[in-house]
Write a protein that binds this ligand. Structure first.
Ligand code: SAM
Ligand code: CA
Length: 220
């Protein structure tokens, strides 16, 4: 009997992976390569990537945005879930990180559906709007610098269509959002956005306790 989400200890997490993860060899290789890099913990968990790919298919997404690419794990899975003719605009500021991503997109044969835009994501999102993209995207995933999360959320919400999804990563921020003794800039930004979303009548809302917390906002 349970009226709350299960706590995943190592054994239950292992079981979840064993009975549900369908990661292909290339995605696994990317995860293993990234694991050898210093900032490897920036990558989403594989079960979260699989969940996002399922979401993309479930809503029939064709046009997607990603804010924060890193070495490309989430973008690889989202792009692979798109139908022929699908498009993912991938935003990042790092040429070095995304060089790894581009290599894997190419190997997976999805590079032709991913448009990498290098530069501050806030500017890229503004540019997408200026190019007439308002209301034309189905799915946006926000996973870059946390202090700009509210800005990314507002910009993404304009860019997705009614019924589209804005997914925001790390909304449980290793649990620090619930710890009143923690008061750094990133934690404050995530807390503020979480509190704003609770009362945001523009969206349907669910904070899914997968990975480090994934908030789903469906535009009304
Ligand atoms: N979604 C990726 C994955 O699952 O592998 C992880 C993204 S990582 C947490 C955050 C990324 O945001 C980094 O690659 C970093 O270069 C990028 N970033 C940081 N500040 C940014 C900014 N102002 N504009 C665009 N990208 C930014
Ligand atoms: Ca993240």
């Amino acid at each position: 009997m349970s009226n709350r989400s299960i706590e995943l200890d190592d054994r239950v997490h292992r079981y979840l992976i064993d009975v549900s993860l369908r990661e292909d060899a290339l995605a696994r290789e990317l995860r293993e390569e990234t694991a050898r890099m210093p900032d490897h913990n920036m990558q989403i968990a594989p079960e979260q990537g699989q969940f996002m790919a399922l979401l993309v298919k479930a809503i029939g997404a064709v046009r997607c945005i990603e804010v924060g690419v890193f070495t490309g794990y989430s973008s690889l899975l989202v792009a692979s879930a798109l139908p022929a003719g699908g498009r993912l605009v991938a935003c990042d500021i790092s040429d070095a990180y995304t060089r790894v991503a581009r290599r894997y997109w190419q190997q997976a044969g999805v590079d032709d559906r991913i448009e990498l835009r290098l530069g501050p994501a806030a500017e890229t999102l503004d540019a997408l709007r200026a190019e007439g993209g308002e209301g034309s995207y189905d799915f946006a995933f926000i996973d870059a610098d946390k202090s700009s999360y509210d800005r990314y959320y507002e910009a993404s919400l304009r860019l997705v269509r009614a019924g589209g999804l804005v997914a925001i990563d790390n909304t449980l921020w290793h649990g620090t959002v619930a710890d009143p003794t923690v008061d750094d800039v990133d934690t404050r930004a995530i807390r503020a956005l979480n509190e704003k979303l609770l009362d945001d009548a523009r969206v349907d809302l669910s904070l899914v306790p997968i990975g480090d917390g994934l908030t789903l906002c469906r535009k009304r």
